[in-house]
Design a protein around this ligand. Structure first.
Ligand code: SF4
Ligand code: ZN
Length: 269
């Protein structure tokens, strides 16, 4: 998953999982003098929510002596998530998380690339991962699953060290270590179908232990390079980001909302 010489960008939102991941990686890094860690945070622009999380992420990184950078939606896309949510609601669209997820994914890649990272680690745990996989099945976007071992020019390879750790375990780590993290949920979180999928999976897991691992393993097989059609990767004709489409998903989302602009990678603040 990781080499001893990695310059690893860690996506830190300020929540319990990402703060725990940064702690664990910073301990491991001490055993590998050639490895470097750098924390990156995406500021979506969610008033009354994200600022506290950014402060927590910054203080966690500072305490651990890790370089920290913030990249905002407004500098990358010209709009905050609050602007995008207003526009989406005007158009009768209420699933703000669906837009945010696509825009965050690109933003994290740009942030990792801007700090010259060789890999990008995110703190998705087993619960996050199985929920996302099932949601992609329900939304009909399963063909967009990207196998982690596939190298794509312009995309910083991602690793998810908590992918097989249940959320209860990552939460336990944060509590036992008395880490400071944001516990208030995002005000848009209830606009996602994630809560329904989470309840469904939690109920199944209770009655059939091991179900979440089965879901994970099945999707891993489905997205394996031997099963997945080897789609040609090119550049988004608007922003230049790597994509298998004419325009990347982030540009498509902004175009749908009438908020598109020519975007370029911005330097981190
Ligand atoms: Fe974005 Fe939804 Fe996560 Fe809020 S809960 S940060 S809107 S993906
Ligand atoms: Zn694009």
């Amino acid at each position: 998953m990781l080499r001893p010489t990695e310059r690893l960008a860690v996506g830190v939102s300020g929540g319990k999982d990402s703060v725990s991941l940064l702690h664990i990686l910073s301990h491991l890094e001490k055993r590998f003098p050639s490895a470097q860690l750098v924390a990156v945070t995406i500021d979506e622009g969610i008033q009354g929510y994200r600022n506290e999380a950014i402060d927590l992420a910054a203080s966690c990184a500072k305490k651990l002596g890790i370089e920290h950078h913030v990249l905002s939606f407004s500098s990358l896309y010209g709009h905050t998530l609050d602007d995008i949510a207003r526009r989406a609601r005007e158009l009768g669209q209420d699933s703000i998380c669906a837009y945010c997820g696509i825009l965050r994914r690109k933003a994290l890649n740009v942030a990792a690339r801007n700090v010259a990272a060789t890999k990008l680690a995110t703190a998705h745990n087993l619960d996050d991962e199985t929920q996302s996989l099932l949601m992609s099945l329900l939304r009909g976007t399963i063909n967009e699953l990207q196998h982690s071992e596939r190298t794509v020019p312009g995309i910083v390879p991602r690793v998810k060290p908590f992918m097989t750790s249940p959320e209860k375990e990552t939460a336990l780590y944060a509590y036992l270590k008395r880490l400071r993290f944001q516990s208030v949920p995002c005000p848009y979180a209830n606009t996602s179908m994630r809560n329904e999928v989470r309840n469904f999976l939690d109920t199944l897991e209770e009655e059939h232990p091991g179900m979440k691992f089965n879901v994970l393993r099945t999707f891993e097989k489905l997205s394996s390079p031997t099963v997945q059609e080897d789609r040609a990767v090119g550049r988004c004709q608007n922003c230049g980001e790597s994509t298998v489409r004419q325009f990347c998903r982030a540009c498509e989302v902004l175009e749908t909302l009438g908020l598109a602009k020519n975007t370029e990678d911005r330097e981190l603040s």
